[in-house]
Design a binder for this molecule. Sequence first.
Ligand SMILES: [Zn+2]
Length: 234
Amino acid sequence: MAALGAYRCIECNGEATELYRDYQRGVLRISICKSCQKPVDKYIEYDPVIILINAVLCKAQAYRHILFNTKINIHGKLCVFCLLCEAYVRWLQLQDSSQNTDPDDLIRYAKEWDFYRMFGIASLEQTSFFIGIFITLWWMTPEMLKTKSDFILLLKALLLSTYGKLLLIPAVIWEHDYTPLCLAFIKVFVLISNSQAIRVTLNLSRILPWFAIFFGLILENGVVCLFQKMGWDV
Ligand SMILES: [Zn+2]
């Protein structure tokens, strides 16, 4: 049997030793939480599509299921993929603003370099945003971020909850009059998802994650302004 606290109850965030008990002959029974008397994790029986829909709806239970009760390990790849999407969208907007159809090799290399530059800027902004969040939370709730594993879990939660950026690609591919509105909507959705991930990971109220996100956005924009002042074309 797993150690106490290996899992979490998705309803009350209480610790649980197991998600289900195996009664042989294929009979499984979902464990009941000792604190709230509800099933520890009803999602273990659900179809992944239903879980994904619940996660998209930003339900805290679905976030707890994914973060605490599964061994999902795609946050690194997902982060790189999201940054590529963001870099591509910015690169595309840059091409639109500088109309140049000259098929010269030099132009082609310059365009390629622009893409890497956009990737670098997107990574820098994302890192500053996360650092802002970490500093605020560490300052406001030092008791919740005591160990290295607390930081790693929060980072994993933030990286996973940024998945909404994948929607940037369809938003620019099917370009129409409402594309700027869609891009703004995606940004807001990612922030809501980030806030819910912070709230679930550290078991906080609704206000504090938003405060951390606000500070993260300030730091992100501050870093961009600093680079612009230094003469970088950001
Ligand atoms: Zn419970």
